[in-house]
Write a protein of this length. Sequence first.
Length: 278
Amino acid sequence: MRPPWGGVGVAPGAPPSGGRRCARRRRRRSPGRHLGARGRQRMSTANSPAITHLLDAGTDVLVCCGSGGVGKTTTAAKLAARYNLRHGPNRVALITTDSYRIGAFEQLCTFGMILDAPVRLVRSAQELQETIRAFSDKSLILIDTAGMSQRDLRLSQQFALLDDPAHIRSYLVLAANAQHAVLQESMTAFARVPLSGAILTKVDETTRLGAALSAVHERALPLAYICNGQRVPEDIQAAQVDALLRLAEEFAGLYDAALENDTLALTFGKRLTDHVCC
């Protein structure tokens, strides 16, 4: 029998059930809740010619920039490999400005040997310009920048390299598993670089995509690619914003379910299951 106040057995003024509280939290935390159609379009690559034709044939120079440890070198190798698969061999060249990290040049050389692509290390804006001119027979030149801390004063030297050639297109590489404040700091540090878009890495290493998507949206950067593994070139895909938002919402739901379980456990003084990971 239905209760006199209607509904399904919930008294007027009673606090919402755990399921409804969880749903409300999911709606509040949903990365797409405040994004709207305009925000989704701004993050999408659909209307961005610079990104739509990122791997089309034609002489171009692409820069992978970002803080250390976000996967710039591997991302550059993935893009180079994808270009080779689409347009054939001997059309890509690789450049690195990273003379600080031990083994950085050697790592890129290894990728170059696999891809049959020449690799050069440059240390100045003039050397960079000369190297780009030397690679004029290549359809795509990928530049892997030094991966140093945003706080490092040597970063200004990298800006000098990136600002000089006017036709270079730079993409900010961001780790999806980084905290929102770290992502914001990285974007602030690279604000002087005219960015064409962003590439999101380490998507497979996080269950919290909301921070990365929010940071990209706040800076109005279109997403070009996402990387979800170490394999070259398999683990890189063109970014689909709606699919990423759905995945982020699914992750948020899983997190809220675990949180609700902990809340109930505290209420009843015991775990609801013995298989909850602490």
